[in-house]
Design a protein around this ligand. Structure first.
Ligand code: ATP
Ligand code: MG
Ligand code: MG
Length: 555
């Protein structure tokens, strides 16, 4: 949208284009680590990076940041590609892996050692922590810092050859142990990890650190604007140092605020725990804020992109109300989802003056917001089902639904009046209600001008299909912002909502949705928007409630 004011990243890019810093090139990348499934926070980064490339006629790479073999897997690589595509973005032929650069990074590193800018250090992890100092205390130089270039080259070669135990040595940058920035106090560049990498197998037993591999990968790919989240602001000096020390193409890192959502947990670390400890069924459980969970729940890519547009890009962290995401999906579905009738908790209703055995085909509009979606027919007969909640024997004032003696309209059908309640003799539970209908009041018949307040949805007993409906609530109960990185894991389990899933297994649906395709979406009148889950079987579709109809987003 050209009318939208430029966000701060676009301001930087506009300036870079003006000064010709990278010519007129704009080249971004989306760099997930394949150690989990993507979530809605990643969607923000995807929309931003791919969006900038589209806006400026530039390019955006998909790069797997796979420098830590212990946590990564092809399962995640595959799911990430599926999710990016599903969101509507395309990396064309620009799919890369940081692991493709291992040899190159190694070569660069040998050069770095030759320049006297890196050394092999034998301190243990604990010793290194002690030597590092604190924010107020300068660090202490490692006794191994003065190793000669020849010695370092030989040791690094041996590290690579697998001659040392895991954790026994690292390669460190030689920068400044008294830097006020802890990241610059001789950070580790390489560590020994004896694990099979999902792509390079056992070729390597030394792996570059993220902070070191990332700028080099950006540089190799000719990235112009390397956009990352705010936690990396303190790492930027190391990013710049790495490229300058190696003397290779210099791209720039720009930090933006990560997405936090109310009632939502987003770190992969916690999402993994939800899966592994069985709080959810899998990464694509419809309650998960993963892209695959949102997809299964029934969210559309357009709604997620719209959400990412609306939240914008800022330089300071904040928490977005999840109601905005919900608003976006309602807006998108309102114009495109067929309105259908489904009864979640059925109560039998018999229309005593309607001829037994008679079936009428009533005409129903598919979407009043979108007349082009046409109409369908719905069978009506003497025995129908309505929602249990739509009947009360002793209703409070302003209960505009059904009660003894009261009148309501059955959507697309007739006005009915409640004549009698049938109860189970043992339990006292209401098992059916008897009504009469007014034949003069058929919807759309021209004589339907008599008005009543309540309009109920229903299904014809003889024609309805069975269905399961799954209703969802937030995974986290509290309104507090999402977990901060240091939060105790216990907090997060304590805040889990025990009622985040409600399964209703005896629902009844109108004939048009007896066997809808998996993934199709509907508005169940008065109940919300629903999507067909892949757990559906012939004769029993499963519907996920995407979202209720009531919009709580304060504009
Ligand atoms: P997590 O903390 O959830 O594990 P991560 O940042 O470690 O996320 P990566 O796979 O490294 O996960 O993320 C890929 C890209 O997505 C990074 O550029 C990162 O900045 C971005 N990203 C991750 N989480 C968010 C978020 N909540 N909001 C915006 N961008 C995010
Ligand atoms: Mg990361
Ligand atoms: Mg992470």
């Amino acid at each position: 949208n050209p009318a939208m004011p430029a966000n701060f990243i676009e301001v930087i890019i506009n300036e870079d284009i003006k000064t010709g810093k990278y010519g007129s090139r704009v080249h971004t990348r989306f760099p997930p680590e394949p150690n989990g499934y993507l979530h809605i926070g990643h969607a923000k980064s995807i929309c931003l990076n791919f969006g900038l490339a589209l806006k400026y006629g530039g390019k955006c790479n998909l790069r797997f940041d796979d420098t830590n073999p212990t946590k990564e897997d092809v399962e995640y690589v595959d799911s990430i590609q599926e999710d990016v595509k599903w969101l509507g973005f395309d990396w064309d032929d620009r799919k890369y892996y940081a692991s493709d650069y291992f040899e190159k990074i190694y070569q660069y590193t040998v050069e770095l050692i030759k320049k006297g800018k890196a050394y092999v250090c034998d301190l243990s992890a604990e010793e290194m922590r002690q030597y590092r100092g604190t924010l107020t205390e300068p660090g202490t130089e490692s006794p191994y810092r003065s190793r000669t270039i020849a010695e370092n080259l030989a040791l690094f070669e041996k590290m690579k050859a697998g001659e040392f135990a895991e954790g026994s040595r690292v390669l460190r940058a030689k920068i400044d142990m008294s830097s006020p920035n802890l990241n610059m106090r001789d950070p580790v560049l390489y560590r020994i990890i004896r694990a099979k990498h999902h792509r390079t197998g056992d070729t390597w037993c030394i792996y570059p650190m993220y902070d070191y591999a990332h700028p080099i990968s950006d540089s190799i790919e000719g990235v112009t604007h390397s956009i990352c989240t705010l936690e990396f602001e303190d790492h930027r000096p190391l990013y710049d140092w790495t490229l300058a020390a190696l003397g290779i193409y210099q791209c720039q890192q720009i930090e933006f605020a990560r997405l936090n959502l109310t009632n939502t947990i987003m770190s992969k670390r916690y999402l993994r725990r939800l899966v592994e400890e069985g709080y959810v069924s899998d990464w694509d459980d419809p309650r998960m804020p993963t892209i695959s969970g949102l997809r299964r729940r029934g969210f559309t890519p357009a709604a997620i992109r719209d959400f990412c547009d609306r939240i914008g890009v800022a330089k300071s962290n904040s928490t977005v109300d999840v109601a905005l995401l919900e608003h976006c999906i309602r807006e998108d579905l309102n114009g495109q989802a067929s309105r259908v009738m489904a009864v979640l908790k059925p109560l039998k209703l018999i229309i005593d003056n309607y001829p037994a055995g008679q079936v009428e085909e009533l005409i129903a509009e598919n979407n009043p917001e979108n007349p082009a979606m046409g109409t369908r027919t719905i069978p009506f007969s003497r025995e129908i089902y309505i929602e249990q909640d739509d009947f009360m024997e002793n209703p409070p004032k302003k209960f505009f639904r059904l009660a003894p003696g009261a009148e309501v309209r059955l959507k697309h059908a007739y006005i009915i009046k409640c004549e009698q309640v049938v109860k189970d003799e043992q339990t006292g539970e209401i098992v059916a209600v008897h009504c009469t209908y007014d034949p003069e009041t058929r919807s759309g018949s021209g004589t339907a001008n008599r008005k009543v307040k309540g309009v109920l949805h229903w299904v014809s007993a003889a024609h309805a299909g069975k269905a399961e409906v799954r209703l969802y609530d937030y995974l986290l109960t509290s309104q507090q912002d999402q977990e901060d990185e240091g939060a105790e894991a216990k907090d997060f389990v304590d805040r889990l909502n025990p009622n985040s899933l409600e399964r209703l297994v005896d629902c009844l649906v109108e004939p048009s949705i007896k066997m809808p395709p998996v993934g199709s979406r509907f508005q169940f009148l008065r109940c919300g928007y629903f999507a067909v889950d892949r757990d559906s079987v012939p004769g029993k579709p499963v519907f996920n409630r995407i979202i209720s109809l009531k919009d709580s987003w304060a504009k």
